[in-house]
Design a protein around this ligand. Structure first.
Ligand SMILES: Cc1cc2nc3c(=O)[nH]c(=O)nc-3n(C[C@H](O)[C@H](O)[C@H](O)COP(=O)(O)OP(=O)(O)OC[C@H]3O[C@@H](n4cnc5c(N)ncnc54)[C@H](O)[C@@H]3O)c2cc1C
Ligand code: SF4
Length: 228
């Protein structure tokens, strides 16, 4: 668990944000990060609850107490391994998710919840910066092919898992670029596109193929996909 009694000794320090007067001049992300040492302290507030309500709050079932603890112990490679165990793209969720885990956090019943979202995004950003996020191509191919229709986060996560399982995966996307609403819906100030592009590069290196500009049902039918 985090630091014994840490939640009694350490106050929550939430996500710092850029000054609105400054950020009005560009489209860069408005959320700032804290130094790793400060985030270790924040992870130390986690009580490693016997029944961690944060698990229930997280739609992905992220193993939150485990990586809070690993962060607190300065084991960031261990933390990203646990984070990736349930989440293909923590750099997206760590920036975009409204963090129902924090609303569910037991510490929030009578104090400020653990700053889970901030710890999550710092784990993955540290992992990218440290070169720990590398392509994971399958050891062997199954000979089966899969068409994934749509390249939003749902399609990308499915495609990555299926590719790593050894299937030959093609993502078909109606729009002219890959990413769904991550590309064309979510503004840059919430998540800069570099995070999407880095993941797509990793997926290409793992073997996932992308076909933008293909509308399934118009350019190709479901029947075509079954026989090709
Ligand atoms: C302005 C905006 C801001 C948002 N901000 C947030 C946020 O801050 N936090 C958050 O958690 N969520 C946010 N969301 C919601 C989030 O973007 C969506 O929940 C998420 O993108 C859904 O993922 P998806 O993969 O299911 O679908 P999508 O991202 O919609 O992807 C579906 C893709 O399938 C393609 N497609 C559909 N039919 C076909 C077809 N027949 N052939 C080929 N391709 C097809 C579409 O072109 C699209 O690219 C926001 C959404 C918008 C619009
Ligand atoms: S509910 Fe809060 S305090 Fe309890 S394990 Fe989850 S993050 Fe830690």
């Amino acid at each position: 668990m985090g630091k014994l009694g840490g939640f009694l000794q350490i106050e929550r320090h939430g996500i710092p944000q850029r000054d609105p007067a400054e950020r009005a001049h560009d489209y860069r992300e408005f959320m700032l990060t804290r130094p790793v040492a400060e985030l270790q302290e924040q992870g130390a507030r986690c009580m490693d609850c016997g029944v961690p309500f944060c698990h229930n709050g997280c739609p992905l079932g992220n193993l939150i107490p485990e990586w809070n603890d690993l962060g607190w112990r300065d084991d960031w490679p261990g933390a990203i391994e646990r984070l990736h165990a349930t989440n293909n793209f923590p750099e997206f969720t760590g920036r975009l998710c409204p963090a129902p885990c924090e609303t569910a956090c037991v510490l929030g019943i009578n104090a400020e919840p653990v700053t889970i979202k901030q710890i999550e995004v710092s784990i993955i950003d540290t992992a990218w910066d440290s070169g720990w996020v590398v392509p994971q191509p399958p050891a062997r191919l199954t000979g089966r092919t899969v068409a994934v229709v749509g390249s939003g986060p749902a399609g990308l996560a499915a495609a990555q898992q299926l590719t790593r399982a050894g299937h030959t995966v093609v993502v078909l996307e109606r729009a002219d670029r890959i990413g769904g609403l991550l590309r064309y819906g979510i503004p840059e100030f919430k998540m800069e596109k570099i995070h999407l592009d880095l993941r797509l590069a990793q997926m290409r290196d793992e073997g996932t193929k992308f076909r933008p500009g293909v509308s399934v049902g118009v350019d190709v039918t479901g029947h075509d996909l079954r026989i090709t």
